[in-house]
Design a protein around this ligand. Structure first.
Ligand code: RB5
Length: 145
């Protein structure tokens, strides 16, 4: 299962992303928000990332205005490796090399066409392991500093 969430700045784009996930046959759970009413992105990042870090969801997608606030909040949560992407190369390589488990992007930055390509690049690539595992282990050890 994939956990998805947004704030008011990402609400419209999240609707497009969910439609795309349905077309792809990807099972997801929408953690809100559920309208364009103003909310704090940190609250949504927390519930989505708790689902990922706790194993309820395998991966997460977070959309706010820029993707930046969501990614900052997400990366405060233990076990989360969130990447804010606005190009497909990064969305692909953050899976291959960083084993990112949460993808963030901005509803005021990317259009729906690019956003769906970001989602595909993220979902269609797997962590390569090898030398990257050592680096990820070091990154995750920083949580305990
Ligand atoms: C909300 O106005 C906006 O600050 C938020 O969506 C996001 O862009 C924060 O990083």
């Amino acid at each position: 299962m994939l956990a998805i969430g947004c704030d008011h700045g990402g609400f419209e784009l999240k609707q497009e992303v969910m439609k795309h996930l349905e077309e792809r046959g990807v099972e997801y759970k929408d953690f809100g928000c559920f309208s364009t009413d103003s909310v704090d992105y940190s609250d949504v990042a927390k519930v989505v990332c708790d689902a990922v870090a706790g194993g309820e969801a395998e991966q997460g997608i977070l959309v706010c205005g820029t993707g930046i606030g969501m990614s900052m909040a997400a990366n405060k949560i233990k076990g989360i490796r969130a990447a804010c992407c606005s190009d497909t190369f990064s969305a692909k390589f953050t899976r291959l090399h960083n084993d990112a488990n949460v993808l963030c992007f901005g509803g005021r930055v990317v259009g729906p066409g690019l956003a769906l390509e970001l989602v595909d690049a993220f979902l269609d690539n797997e962590f390569e392991g090898g030398r990257h595992q050592r680096r990820i282990d070091k990154v995750m050890a920083l949580e305990n500093d």
